[in-house]
Design a protein around this ligand. Structure first.
Ligand code: ZN
Length: 302
C-alpha cells in the first residue's frame, strides 16, 4: 500500500507515539520509593525467639512452572520467555509443621502461559495442609492461596488457615475460587507491627504488590535466617538490579509501585546471611537446593 506524501508525517508521528507509549509501559521503571520500608532484623530475631523452640528445617514442593516474557518480570530486559516456578514451603519442627503459601491446583494453573505441572507435588501439599498446625500466606493472589481455595476437604484445614484481615478484605482475593461459605468460616488474623505466628516465624505487613502482602521471617534452631518475600520481587534480579516490573504489569495488578520500590530497596540492604526467598525464582530455587538451604519434597510427618 502506498502512503501519500502528505500523510507521512502523521504515520511517522503515530509510530513514534506508539513506541513512546510502549516504552513507557513495557520498559519504564520510573517509580521512586515511597519513604523507607524498614526491616528491623534484631526486632525480628527477638520476636522469633520469644515464644518457644525454633524450627529444625524448611522443605519445598515445586508444584509447577510457567513463563512470562522477561520484560514483564524485569522492565526493559528483553522479550525472551522467563521461567517461573509455583512453590509451597513447609517449616518443620520435630512434631509439627507450618506451611507458607500453597501454590494452586493444576487445573487452575493450566491457564498460565507455558505451564508444566506436577500433580503429585500438589497432592503432597494438600496432604501436608491437613497435618500442618498453621498455614500462612505471603499474599492473597490465587497462585499462593489456590491450594487452600481448591482443597477437597475445606473444613479439615479451616482451623489452620491464617489469612490476615487485609488478605481477606482484599479486592485481589478471588472469592469465587473458594467453596461457598468457606471464607466466612475463617477467623481473620489481625496484627500490628511484628507478629510471631509460631516460634521462629514472624509476620510483618508489606502492602504494595497487593493490599494483603506481608513478609515472613523464619529463624531456624541452627541460627539460619530466611525472609519469604512473596512477589515483592519475581526474581532476585529485581532486588540485585533494583529494577521492578514494568508499568504495564503493575497497572494490570493495581500495584503500589512506590511501595514495592521501597521494599526492593530494603531487601537489597540485607546482609547476605539472610536468605531472601522469592516466590517464583527457579534459579534461586536450584541454587538454594544445591547449597542445602532447604530440602525438596515434603517429608512424612507423624
Ligand atoms: Zn505469585
Amino acid at each position: 500500500m502506498r502512503i501519500r506524501r502528505r500523510r507521512w508525517p502523521w504515520v511517522l508521528g503515530g509510530i513514534i507515539a506508539l513506541l513512546l507509549v510502549g516504552g513507557y509501559f513495557l520498559f519504564g521503571t520510573g517509580a521512586a520509593p515511597s519513604g523507607e520500608y524498614v526491616i528491623d532484623l534484631p526486632a525480628l530475631h527477638r520476636a522469633a525467639v520469644a515464644t518457644g523452640a525454633l524450627p529444625e528445617r524448611i522443605e519445598v514442593e515445586k508444584v509447577g512452572q510457567f513463563a512470562f516474557p522477561r520484560t514483564l518480570v524485569v522492565a526493559g530486559d528483553g522479550f525472551h520467555m522467563h521461567p517461573m516456578v509455583l512453590l509451597a514451603h513447609r517449616v518443620v519442627w520435630p512434631d509439627h509443621s507450618l506451611i507458607i503459601d500453597t501454590a494452586m491446583a493444576p487445573a487452575a494453573a493450566k491457564k498460565l502461559p507455558g505451564s508444566k505441572l506436577d500433580a503429585g507435588a500438589f497432592d503432597r501439599v494438600e496432604a501436608a495442609m491437613k497435618k500442618a498446625s498453621v498455614i500462612v500466606f505471603t499474599h492473597e493472589h490465587v497462585d499462593h492461596v489456590g491450594g487452600v481455595a481448591g482443597a477437597p476437604d475445606f473444613p479439615a484445614i479451616a482451623k489452620q488457615v491464617r489469612l490476615t484481615r487485609e488478605q481477606l478484605d482484599s479486592p485481589k482475593l478471588e472469592r469465587g475460587d473458594f467453596p461457598a461459605g468457606a471464607l466466612g468460616s475463617l477467623e481473620p488474623l489481625s496484627y500490628e507491627g511484628l507478629y510471631a505466628v509460631a516460634p521462629g516465624v514472624v509476620l510483618q505487613k508489606a502492602p504494595g504488590h497487593s493490599p494483603g502482602s506481608q513478609i515472613i521471617y523464619v529463624e531456624l534452631a541452627s541460627g539460619q535466617r530466611f525472609l519469604f518475600v512473596g512477589d515483592i520481587a519475581w526474581t532476585h534480579d529485581n532486588i540485585t538490579l533494583q529494577k521492578g516490573r514494568p508499568r504495564i504489569a503493575t497497572l494490570l495488578m493495581s500495584e503500589d509501585r512506590p511501595a514495592v520500590a521501597a521494599q526492593l530497596h530494603a531487601l537489597a540492604q540485607l546482609p547476605p546471611d539472610v536468605h531472601v526467598i522469592v516466590a517464583h525464582d527457579p534459579v534461586a530455587l536450584e541454587s538454594d537446593l544445591q547449597t542445602g538451604l532447604y530440602r525438596q519434597g515434603f517429608s512424612g510427618l507423624p
